[in-house]
Design a protein around this ligand. Structure first.
Ligand code: LLP
Length: 424
């Protein structure tokens, strides 16, 4: 039977009239496990990682999966086994990596608001590097490390003031953003950090934003960072590694980001030309490793045609898939078993009591009550941003591997949510 893959989703395809992920029929998973249900393809994640690994062949490079994109334990385990380190942004993420069997020495700790407790725990665990984001944080980390009788490995996140040309909420490398230390202050800050007895300067890093679909912001940021590397090393502070952050976009709806290996071929050519090609490199990709490896299955509860709008009410909502409500993000929505006949224009909305609870607007679909739909590109920043709003339990998650499917997270019930609460 010929398979018809969907744009941007090589591991998800219609066989005949049924949607499959790898070799598993999605309707079977929906029947067995109920909806809403996240389903991920292991092969898709490894293929996405493979593009980076190919791009770095023959180089000293460490891929640190930015686990905020999807922090489910089995996914962390998959990337740990594939050799990845992790970019973390909280003490909670650190505990997840350790629970999943990740190597602490391959962890980098980013984020503007690390607490002393988080710093101490990360030092004790022996993480690879703290990406510090302010002068105040540098001083606190120095104190925490001295009190622990250790030297904290640090890299300073510089803000290169480059426009990532993405949604303003996920753009991080501009002067008006809270992230990183301004390019002009970087040298002074490095001198300060290098003089502190509790710190050991090991690198430099930058991250300019997310869902970047052009290569020019990366090339510009790299030039700015390499200018700094040169200036910092000229003052006698050696930098062991250069970390270029994450941010590579995925195809949600005809987006055309560069492939990871093609992008890195260009970036490495620039590094070579400037004499830094053999330096230890680090990157922190999140979305591009998992985004198009996952779907969220949902069932049509009610159809509510109206004068101005037709609403298709499904059992997944903004608490499961927050990206449309938060960023007006577009996710393709397709039926698991398409029907013959004419399409109608529907707004696909969830049960949450907010007008902002929509998953897709103006979608041409032929649907009936009880049909199942797949929200595509749901592997990144969906489950990890899911909430319990309206006391909705978070969905279950399945990892598919060939013909096998593994339940990697059980559905959450009200009793799970109320654990820890007390009546007075
Ligand atoms: N490194 C740092 C320091 C970051 O802040 C981020 C993402 C990454 C790496 C990974 O970026 P990625 O490769 O995934 O683009 N919730 C938003 C995305 C927020 C990204 C936050 N930082 C969304 O759903 O679009």
């Amino acid at each position: 039977m010929t398979a018809k893959t969907l744009p941007g989703q090589p591991h998800i395809a219609y066989r005949g009239n049924e949607l499959f992920i790898e070799n598993v029929r999605l309707a079977d998973l929906a029947r067995q496990h109920g909806t809403p249900l996240f389903v991920y393809s292991k092969a898709a994640m490894l293929a996405a990682l493979g593009a980076y690994q190919r791009g770095f062949a023959g180089r000293k490079a460490q891929i640190c999966y930015a686990m905020k994109a999807n922090s489910s334990l089995a996914i962390l385990q998959l990337f740990a086994r594939a050799g990845c380190g992790f970019d973390i942004v909280s003490g909670g993420e650190l505990e997840r990596v350790l629970a999943a069997g990740g190597d602490a020495s391959k962890i980098i700790f980013s984020g503007v608001g690390k607490t002393r407790t988080e710093m101490r725990r990360a030092l004790d665990a022996g993480i690879g590097c703290f990406n510090v984001e302010s002068e105040a944080e540098i001083d606190v980390l120095n104190e925490v490390a001295l009190a622990a009788g250790q030297r904290a490995p640090v890299s300073i996140r510089v803000n290169p003031n480059v426009d990532a040309k993405t949604h303003p909420y996920i753009s991080t490398g501009l002067k008006g953003n809270k992230f990183g230390i301004a390019h002009e202050r970087a040298l002074t800050t490095y001198r300060h950090a290098a003089a502190l007895p509790g710190l050991k300067v090991v690198g430099i890093d930058c991250h300019i934003g997310s869902q970047i679909t052009q290569e020019s912001p990366y090339l510009d940021a790299m030039d700015r960072v390499l200018d700094l590397v040169q200036a910092i090393e000229a003052t006698g502070i050696p930098l062991h590694h250069i970390d270029f952050g994450g941010g590579l976009g995925i195809d949600y709806n005809g987006d055309t980001p560069p492939a990871a290996d093609a992008l890195w071929a260009k970036l490495l050519a620039k590094l070579d030309a400037r004499g830094y090609g053999q330096r230890q490199l680090m990157i922190e990709p999140g979305r591009s490793l998992v985004g198009n490896a996952g779907v969220c299955l949902t069932e049509v509860l009610y159809l509510k045609p109206g004068e101005q709008k037709n609403f298709c009410i499904v059992d997944a909502a903004m608490n499961d898939l927050p990206r449309p409500a938060m960023y007006e993000a577009y996710h393709q929505i397709v039926p698991l078993t398409p029907r013959q006949g004419a399409n109608t224009n529907w707004d696909i909305v969830g049960p949450v009591c907010e007008s902002g609870d929509w998953l897709g607007r103006d979608r041409m679909l032929n649907v009936q009550t009880g049909d199942q739909l797949a929200v595509l590109s749901a592997g990144a920043y969906c489950m990890s941003m899911a909430s319990n709003y309206n006391t909705r339990g978070r969905a279950a998650e399945i990892l598919v591997d060939g013909i096998q499917s593994h339940l990697i997270r059980e559905r959450e019930y009200a009793s799970d949510q109320m654990r820890g609460e007390k009546l007075i």
